[in-house]
Write a new protein. Structure first.
Length: 117
């Protein structure tokens, strides 16, 4: 086994304000996201547990019980099936971890991320 390097992982442009790099293992998905201010991830839910770690920038998570700002060095845990969306307040670099892995992403069923904003 040898380590992976993010520099070797292809970057996928989802739309003009969002690019991602993704690693899928047998049991989890790790996504490295670059989001520009003004980008929106519409409210959605999935059966995966999600942990979002903001490396830089500022995100506003839209949750059933209100809005939560998450900034550099902060981590937010999202339980499975929890409806959530994101408004990107500042240009941001984010690491998202999902378990189990995102089979919908593997199968290309990620249209909610491919919007124009």
């Amino acid at each position: 086994m040898k380590p992976l390097n993010w520099n070797d992982i292809p970057s996928e442009r989802m739309h003009s304000l969002l690019t991602r790099q993704v690693i899928h293992t047998a049991s989890m998905t790790i996504a490295r996201l670059s989001l520009k201010a003004g980008s929106v991830v519409p409210v959605h839910s999935h059966h995966n547990e999600q942990v979002s770690m903001v490396e830089s920038g500022l995100l506003k998570f839209l949750l059933p019980d209100g809005e939560v700002l998450v900034g550099p060095g902060q981590v937010l845990e999202l339980k499975p099936h929890l409806p959530h969306g994101v408004e990107v307040v500042e240009d941001s670099e984010v690491m998202d971890l999902f378990t189990p892995r995102r089979e919908d992403w593997i199968q290309g069923d990620d249209a909610y991320l491919r919007n124009k904003k």
